[in-house]
Design a protein around this ligand. Sequence first.
Ligand code: APR
Length: 225
Amino acid sequence: MTGAGISAESGLPTFRGAGGLWEGHRVEDVATPRAFARDPDLVLRFYDARRRALATVEPNPAHRALARLEAAWEGPFLLVTQNVDDLHERAGSKRLLHMHGELLRARCTRCGWADRWSGDLLGVACPACGRLPALRPDIVWFEEIPIGLERIEAALADCRLFAAIGTSGRVWPAAGFVERARRAGAHTVELNLEPGEASDRFHEQRFGPASRVVTAWVAELLAGR
Ligand code: APR
């Protein structure tokens, strides 16, 4: 499972960085259904800027290492990301689940239409029902239910090796996955810049920038096969 820390070295800021702000905003002012109801233009403008920023960044060695691991891994593999960027797919990951949605998708709050979306959303009518305002980013905000929980639960119940990479472990239910994996008998590894909230729940910790620690961990796993 990955979080914002894996994309930090690509130039995408984490959520709980300096001052607890995300690109100058409190998370609850831009990433909750209430924020969207109160000021949809602010939220759409914020996510339009995040979507545009994707064009300026590239996958880093940590994303690429996970794609190599997947390609070489014999047996079931699932990369669950909390990230809404597309750096894992651009690095070549295939068995990938965006549990918090994707910047490059939109959906209609009026008719339910949902699809890939690469342009801005502010001021744009729904391509299916034509209503405006109606579109929102297809992103899981606080108080909303993550995507793919059944598939994730099934993977955790059958898990031998669980790694949490670049995540602070503050957001649920993702923060609880380590416990589920442990109960299934998995070896659990935390790879992060610093100890996350649930650090003591992992069997093993590797601290440092993802580009270094993930690359080294993957190389060891592949050498030991
Ligand atoms: N390499 C590895 N880890 C890093 C790096 C790096 N170069 N830079 C930062 N980190 C670590 C930080 O130390 C922090 O523990 O990444 C973690 C990022 O934590 P958060 O900003 O809280 O991001 P994340 O855990 O992904 O947040 C979870 O919260 O706001 C919601 O839905 C949003 O998916 C997001 C969720």
